[in-house]
Design a protein around this ligand. Structure first.
Ligand SMILES: C[S@@+](CC[C@H](N)C(=O)[O-])C[C@H]1O[C@@H](n2cnc3c(N)ncnc32)[C@H](O)[C@@H]1O
Length: 441
């Protein structure tokens, strides 16, 4: 690694010791700490590098938990890295498919590679950026079965002849790719962020290289942004949308031995901490799959306003992105209200219980259903002494903050009862459902 690399100072013995001796990074105390360390005789460049790493370690706890305390980061690498629980989910797919070695082509800081190595898989991480490769090398140092090559994925593929049919599979390799989807050449925002790319051919490596590798029969997974249009998804893979604690984080396209037989699209809802039924990575996992292609239209009538009773279910974003709302409604014995609106309702008590205990939906008890009229809603708010109002909307052109101000008028926010309104369009009707959120699972 070149001496000009921002990581070079902390990769010396003294630098590493200094970094690991620092207290949890505190923005307010950083200037004083910087001065104190320099007064104690530490080199200014080393102090700056150690404090940067200390700040990144603090920020990285969200994604890496306690592991962050021993890792090295770059700003860009951290922004792009996979959250460790999600990486563990990827790694399990490789292990369960019988893959023994993983080539992680564009390994970044090594989150996915770490998770695979932690399951005992052999891992080679390939990374074209020198500083990122150095950080990944350190992050994987605890795993003897993992190593990092600082080279371009394309060169690695050529050197190992991975575009030959059957080659990766014959080596016992699975291939993982998490292409860079940010434009590093187009400058940065004030917050230091790079611009997001949308065209999969501008990703690095591009999607066409991924599909070329997949065409060789390689067991392969590629992580992409969850907004990937369905029409860009190749016909011969399983597409899995994943959410973590309610946030949709990715879609992974799984090819060949890593795709589940008969599964075309899937939603995986992951929850961390405090859940019953957690797996070996401490995660609660709920999955919904379909063998139907994306264009398949769900069967069954939409119930409209008349069906807006019992529990209103708002599916997790992964279910919505995977186009599996109607499938989930069917699984829970519910009824769709409108084919274009991602809500459904369930009634029977035992079904209500299922809907209230799954993380695939957020459930709300329907208290009342009103016509969507400002006058009518103002009256309702006044009659019920509402002072705090949460407004959710779907399929209607409403700005919740503006509507809240309109309905509450001069009423103080903390003054009065709390209420939740769901504004939506069902067929020709615009309605406001008064609902009560059930506790989150
Ligand atoms: C999205 S990041 C990977 C993040 C990684 N999965 C993690 O969780 O830490 C993509 C990485 O690919 C690297 N990269 C981009 N193009 C590459 C190429 N052609 N060959 C090798 N690495 C590449 C980038 O430098 C970046 O670090």
């Amino acid at each position: 690694m070149t001496e000009t690399s921002p990581l070079a100072p902390v990769l010396t013995h003294d630098g590493w010791e200094l970094l690991n001796s620092l207290p949890v990074y505190d923005d307010a105390a950083s200037m004083t700490l910087n001065q104190r360390l320099r007064d104690a005789g530490h080199d200014a460049e080393l102090v700056a590098a150690a404090l940067t790493q200390s700040r990144l370690r603090r920020d990285a706890r969200v994604k890496f938990g306690d592991f962050a305390e021993r890792m090295l980061f770059t700003d860009d690498g951290l922004q792009q890295s996979t959250r460790l629980p999600v990486a563990a989910h990827h790694a399990r797919r490789f292990r369960d498919a019988g893959v023994t070695s993983v080539a992680d082509l564009g390994c970044g800081l090594g989150a996915d590679a770490m998770a695979a190595a932690a399951l005992g898989l052999d891992v080679v991480g390939v990374e074209s950026d020198e500083t990122t490769a150095a950080a990944a090398t350190m992050n994987l140092a605890a795993f003897p079965e993992a190593r990092v090559e600082h080279t371009a994925a394309e060169d690695f593929i050529a050197a190992r002849r991975l575009l030959e049919p059957g080659r990766a599979a014959s080596l016992g390799w699975g291939v993982w790719l998490d292409p860079a989807r940010r434009d590093v050449d187009a400058g940065r925002s004030a917050g230091g962020r790079t611009r997001r790319l949308w065209d999969p051919e501008t990703f690095s490596p591009p999607l066409s290289l991924v599909t070329e590798l997949a065409a060789t029969g390689a067991p392969l997974g590629v992580k992409l942004g969850p907004g990937l249009p369905h029409e860009l998804i190749p016909a011969d893979c399983e597409a899995e949308w994943v959410s973590l604690d309610g946030q949709v984080v990715e879609v992974v396209l799984w090819f060949n031995a890593l795709a589940r037989p008969g599964v075309r699209r899937a939603a995986t809802v992951l929850r961390t901490a405090g859940n019953a039924g957690t797996d070996d990575a401490g995660l609660a996992v709920e999955e919904l799959t379909s063998g139907e292609d994306f264009t398949a239209t769900p069967e069954g009538e939409a119930a409209g306003v008349a069906g807006l009773t019992g529990l209103l279910c708002e599916p997790d974003g992964a279910v919505i992105r995977a186009g599996l709302v109607a499938d989930l409604a069917e699984r829970l014995g519910g009824r769709m209200l409108d084919e274009h609106i991602a809500y459904f309702c369930v009634d029977a008590e035992e079904v209500e219980e299922a809907a209230a205990s799954t993380a695939t939906v957020r459930a709300y008890r329907v208290i009342d259903v009103l016509d969507f009229s400002i006058k009518r809603l103002k009256r309702w708010v006044a009659e019920h002494g509402v002072g705090r109002l949460e407004i959710k909307k779907r399929g209607v052109d409403v700005v919740p903050e503006q509507l809240r101000t309109q309905l509450l008028g001069g009423r103080k926010k903390r003054d009065g009862a709390a209420a939740t309104l769901v504004i939506t369009r069902l067929g020709e009707d615009r309605v406001a459902a008064v609902v009560e959120p059930l506790p989150r699972r």
